[in-house]
Design a protein around this ligand. Structure first.
Ligand code: MN
Length: 514
């Protein structure tokens, strides 16, 4: 018989440091949520409260502040219980209400299986979350939902897993929260490609068994060498590659696992960046490095902020192993990414926490949201325009304008509208149904006949509003007219209209020809 014992201490003890005030706030939120969710259960048969409790534990694991953890405990009360926004504000104040409402709003966004709209959806996620903590709570919420996905009806599993892979894991990755992105990826992988998942699991297990003993000997020699050269506080351990990234890499190596040197990687932790270079020197002095595999991500961090030195060395007993050298601080950033900069200890008023929020807004966010360039995923992608836009807005904005509202400005310059099926399309402010039609597909644009917004017929020059649901009707005989050039706001639509007009000019009456 399973019992569902929970204890608020299990959350608090995960925090590296917490004040009595933090513990008090978390306990209050814990009691409130427990009472609010009483009597509700999940698909698994567990009390509903287990879900918010586990979500709060993940938040504590990544060292989020007490307000964020409290909001994590309360994140489903407005949506799923009788508790009102007023009650939350009364009990916990504006800040926590803001976070809870933000998470509730994000919960409404859905991926509908059409990749064409995926970047707009990710963008809307970031824009709507308005505060990085909202996004982080949502990621932890999804992580726990993925851990319990087996209990969800089969027909929903694939959609949720795909959404997790394409939206949530991707955002967590871009924000540098690898601790969460890797788990989300592996959990989703299991449902999306079950056969490949099993295959990856089998190979990794096998490799681990082969390598374990040999590598542990090597780890001890490394440890000894570092201490001998004066790095007396050096620590070492292993990292095992996660299954999804392992499988994707295996595909690229034509399924030759022997070509992969980083299934198991040795990690070395030393106190300062200078020590990192020193450690690298010590290792290279003893073991021969594989040419072309030395990477200095300290001098040249990855776009998501990742820093470490990487090298691959011959261990002397016939094997080759990747070594990653970093400081504890770099490690924390590598695991928690943006979350390590968003650790609010208390309310908005605290000068320090506000500065931290500004720091990530101004410098980290734009670079962290880059697509996968120079990552293991092997794809080099351009920085999407919306991130450039956001970076520009952020660079030009004044401190006061920011407040806790990271993207209101960005949000106001972009328009997010929906197809009748719920896909997100983002357009510049001032766009019309003509822009919308061309954004969906040039054929839809070229045969646009009429448009409805929220079920009502509208003129083609109607300015779209945030949140509009736009339904386009096409007709085979419908064609673009020169008038559309004035109606369209996006250069993409204008270009398509011009192309269509050139190919198929509308009849003109030339007065000189009689
Ligand atoms: Mn939830």
């Amino acid at each position: 018989m399973t019992t569902f014992e929970t204890d608020v201490k299990d959350i608090i003890k995960l925090l590296d440091n917490s004040s009595p005030e933090d513990a008090e706030l978390i306990t209050r939120a814990y009691d409130f949520a427990k009472k609010a969710h009483e009597g509700y259960t999940r698909y698994s048969g567990e009390p509903y409260f287990i879900h918010v409790f586990e979500t709060a534990k993940i938040l504590a694991e990544i060292q989020m502040g007490a307000s964020t953890i409290a909001a994590g405990l309360l994140h489903d009360v407005i949506e799923d219980t009788n508790v009102t926004a007023e009650q939350i504000e009364q009990e916990f104040g504006k800040e926590i209400l803001f976070l809870v409402q933000g998470v509730t709003k994000l919960g409404k966004l859905r991926y509908h299986g059409r990749d064409r709209y995926i970047e707009s959806l990710r963008k809307l996620f970031v824009a709507m979350s308005q505060d990085i903590r909202v996004l982080i709570i949502k990621l932890c919420d999804r992580l726990h939902n993925m851990r319990t996905l087996e209990f969800v009806p089969k027909h929903k599993q694939l959609r949720i897993a795909t959404e997790t892979m394409k939206v949530y894991a991707q955002l967590a990755y871009r924000l540098g929260i690898r601790k969460i992105s890797r788990d989300l990826e592996d959990l989703a992988f299991q449902y999306i490609e079950p056969e490949h998942y099993k295959e990856a699991l089998k190979i990794v297990k096998q490799k681990n068994k082969e390598a374990n003993e040999r590598l542990d000997k090597f780890r001890k020699s490394v440890q000894k060498a570092l201490v001998k050269e004066g790095l007396t506080t050096a620590k070492t351990d292993y990292r095992i590659k996660h299954l999804h990234s392992f499988y994707r890499k295996l595909e690229r190596k034509e399924f030759d696992a022997d070509k992969m040197y980083d299934i198991l990687a040795l990690r070395v932790y030393v106190p300062t960046p200078t020590d990192c270079y020193k450690a690298l020197g010590i290792l290279h002095g003893i073991w021969r490095p594989l040419p072309g595999r030395i990477k200095d991500y300290i001098a040249f961090p990855k776009p998501n902020g990742y820093r470490s030195l990487h090298t691959t060395i011959f261990t002397g007993d016939g094997s080759i192993v990747e070594v990653q050298i970093r400081t504890p601080e770099m490690h924390k950033e590598a695991e928690y990414g943006i979350a390590s900069h968003a650790m609010y200890k208390s309310g908005f008023q605290e000068e320090k926490s506000e500065d931290k929020n500004l720091l990530w807004i101004k410098s980290l966010l734009p670079s962290m949201l880059h697509l996968n360039n120079s990552t293991e995923h092997g794809k080099v992608a351009d920085v999407p325009n919306w991130i450039k836009d956001m970076a520009e807005l952020q660079a030009s904005a004044h401190k006061d304008e920011f407040d806790h509202n990271m993207s209101a400005d960005f949000f106001q310059k972009r328009l997010f509208v929906f197809t009748p099926k719920g896909d997100v399309v983002d357009l510049p402010i001032g766009s019309t149904p003509v822009d919308f039609a061309y954004a969906i597909h040039s054929d839809i644009g070229n045969h646009l006949f009429s448009a409805k917004i929220g079920g009502k017929m509208v003129a083609l020059d109607t300015k779209l509003q945030n949140g509009d649901i736009v339904d386009i009707q096409t007709k085979e005989r419908a064609k673009p007219s020169t008038k559309w050039l004035d109606i369209a706001r996006t250069s993409m639509a204008k270009k398509r209209i011009k192309d269509a007009l050139e190919k198929n000019p509308s009849p003109k009456i030339n007065p000189r020809i009689k």
